[in-house]
Design a protein around this ligand. Sequence first.
Ligand SMILES: *Cc1c(COP(=O)(O)O)cnc(C)c1O
Length: 360
Amino acid sequence: MGAILIMSNFLSKNLAALRPYVPGEQPQDKSYIKLNTNESPYPPAPGAAAAAAAETERLNLYSDPTCLPLKRAAAAVYGLAPDNVMAGNGSDENLAHIFRAFLTDKGVAFPDITYGFYPVLCSLIGIEYKIIPLRHDFKIAVSDYKGITCPVCIANPNAQTGIYLPPDGIEALILQNESRLVIVDEAYIDFGGISCAPLVNKYKNLIVVQTMSKSRSLAGARVGFAFACGEIIADLESVRASFNPYNINRMSMFAAEASFKDKKYFEECTQKIKLTREYAATKLKEMGFEVLPSTANFLLARHSAIGGGRLYSALKERGILVRHFSDERITDFVRISIGTDGQMAALLQAVKNILSEVAK
Ligand SMILES: *Cc1c(COP(=O)(O)O)cnc(C)c1O
């Protein structure tokens, strides 16, 4: 859209067309009610802060490049072994290693509406991608992937829609072609879905990606995981060790491990978010919104009286940040992350005021 691109004369030709991922706003100036980047509204588990703080004394030393205690903790959640796990500096880093390791010669297929980082990674690394449109109801139809021979990458629940594909759907996708790799990005699985991570023992063509950024309140720590069979993890570990062997910093490593130990806190937080989501969805529908059925920590909603871009701006003027996407199919919508009950009450009140002004 006529944006002026600044670049040096030195940039490699293959990167001239790179359009970086645009993350949601993280304003540092004013305290907005932040419902725009799917972070948890709840603080990290109580033990996590102390564990991170204790490590500040040892910042002169590199972190453990094997990451074994943290891998063990992540594996234990699904009854897996540490050699079924790789830990990354956020799941975005894991995705980058996976894409580089397994997609460069084969390409990848993913839905038109999904996590915006996938096409960006493809252009960074030089991977061809094929877009498989979601159905009219914004659902993934597994049968649409039947003839696809290149690897497939699915976010489940899907990013931006929140729509969940139950494990039998994922298993059907895996079984369509067992020599085709299936990557399942489960960033939002803890908000009501069933993880496919245990299936990595059964299928050699499955990689499950998870993050501690959303359900475990650690977005700022940057910790994510890839789960797969031992052979895939061995490949990924050699890519990781060739890029940054100390990819998880000392403070995050210990905060993450402590966080896994507090199962009760994790369950309380995810339960609260699920309840708040259902309440907010009901209220939005009462105000005339169409709300996609979400199993994630956000809602994608639209109203016939006001466009997504306008609603986003009107909310921002009132100190509430939500996310608006310009993709044609979802440009009428806003994506609202689930906050605390108090934050959602403020959002619902603001939306109500905006709608009554629009009606005047
Ligand atoms: C948030 C998100 C990620 C990135 O998570 P990080 O661990 O913070 O890098 C990956 N995939 C999807 C679908 C996400 O929504």
